[in-house]
Design a binder for this molecule. Structure first.
Ligand code: CAA
Length: 307
């Protein structure tokens, strides 16, 4: 997949915004159907035609974007075209001023069964190295808005890695998380060895990456990989409810909190604490910090303006 820079995503987002805004009161819509002919042309040439993902707005006032991976015949294997669709859908929802959080899900059978093995089968080292294979997948971590993975069924290999790129993971009771790459003669290549070790610790990450054996939802919960476990048919609604809860807050301050927590994975503690303090200080330059505290003192609900 061609890599897409943050600047490019924002450029695309700006182009899509007017079309999406004009339909912002529709609670359940497919973003693809909303875009103007100009934006639509731009989308299909630059961010895909959403062949493999469904995009809707759910929750109160359409405040939660819902992206459903939709390549059932291959158990949502993450082929180039699907990842291109996903990057376009995420960018559009991240830029939509009505959307406060994004839920990413798959089917009840599979969140995603990994990178597409058939696409990878004949690749040579030189193709991977010079083509920057999988280097573009990080776009998921660049969203300003919280991304909640709602994982039913298989989250294997790249599927588990994509879930871990999200900010929060909720699991269905039958979810299976695994890094089975070792079974097909390779290793995780989209963050599995790194994010898994940070999420569940070295010994458990080693066990999963060296055996290739998956773990169930309860195990994933006990090990701290997921926040909570739900009946499969209620999972997406639970994730949307969580998104709605986040949507009651200032989008600006939510973005700051998200950035600060995510930096805990990148920075040594002293630098992370310094970064957090500077962001905390920065909230005092916002209208929403002033409104939030004033509303508390006046014993009323805050009216955030995301500014
Ligand atoms: N890539 C491509 N196609 C896949 C796929 C994948 N990762 N996973 C499943 N499929 C396809 C199968 O080939 C099959 O297609 P056909 O009907 O055309 O043969 C279809 O999806 C259904 O799969 P199964 O018949 O295998 O379904 P199952 O219920 O018997 O088994 C499964 C389900 C255990 C998930 C099994 O499909 C499986 O083991 N899949 C591969 C999992 C895997 O190894 N993932 C890691 C990939 S490597 C990676 O992700 C690298 C990285 O770090 C990014």
């Amino acid at each position: 997949m061609a890599s897409i820079t943050r600047a490019r995503i924002m450029q695309i987002s700006r182009m899509l915004r007017p079309a999406v805004q004009s339909h912002q009161n529709v609670p359940q819509v497919r973003i693809k159907a909303l875009v103007s002919p100009v934006a639509s042309r731009y989308m299909s040439s630059d961010v895909g035609s959403y062949e493999h993902v469904l995009v809707e707005k759910r929750g109160d006032g359409g405040c939660v974007g819902l992206i459903t991976l939709n390549r059932p015949k291959a158990l949502n294997a993450l082929c180039d075209a699907l990842m291109k669709d996903l990057s376009g859908a995420l960018a559009a929802l991240d830029a939509d001023p009505k959307v406060a959080a994004i839920v990413l899900t798959g089917s009840e059978k599979a969140f995603a069964a990994g990178a597409d093995i058939k696409e990878m089968q004949n690749k040579k080292f030189v193709d991977c190295f010079l083509g920057g294979f999988l280097e573009g997948w990080n776009f998921i971590t660049k969203m300003k808005k919280p991304v909640i993975a709602a994982v039913n069924g298989y989250a294997l290999g790249g599927g588990c890695e994509v879930a871990m790129m999200c900010d929060i993971i909720l699991a269905g009771e039958k979810a299976k998380f695994g890094q089975p790459e070792i079974i097909i003669g390779t290793i995780p290549g989209a963050g599995g060895t790194q994010r898994l070790a940070k999420a569940i610790g070295k010994s458990r990450a080693m066990q999963m990456c060296l055996t290739g054996d998956p773990i169930g939802a309860q195990q994933a919960s006990d090990w701290g990989l997921v926040s909570s476990v739900h009946p499969p048919d209620q999972l997406v609604n639970e994730a949307i409810k969580l998104g709605e809860r986040i949507a009651t807050h200032s989008k600006l301050i939510v973005a700051m909190a998200k950035e600060s927590v995510n930096n805990s994975f990148e920075l040594p503690l002293s630098e992370g604490l310094h970064f957090e303090k500077r962001l905390f200080h920065s909230t005092f330059a916002t209208d929403d910090r002033s409104e939030g505290m004033t509303a508390f003192v006046e014993k009323r609900k805050p009216n955030f303006t995301d500014s």
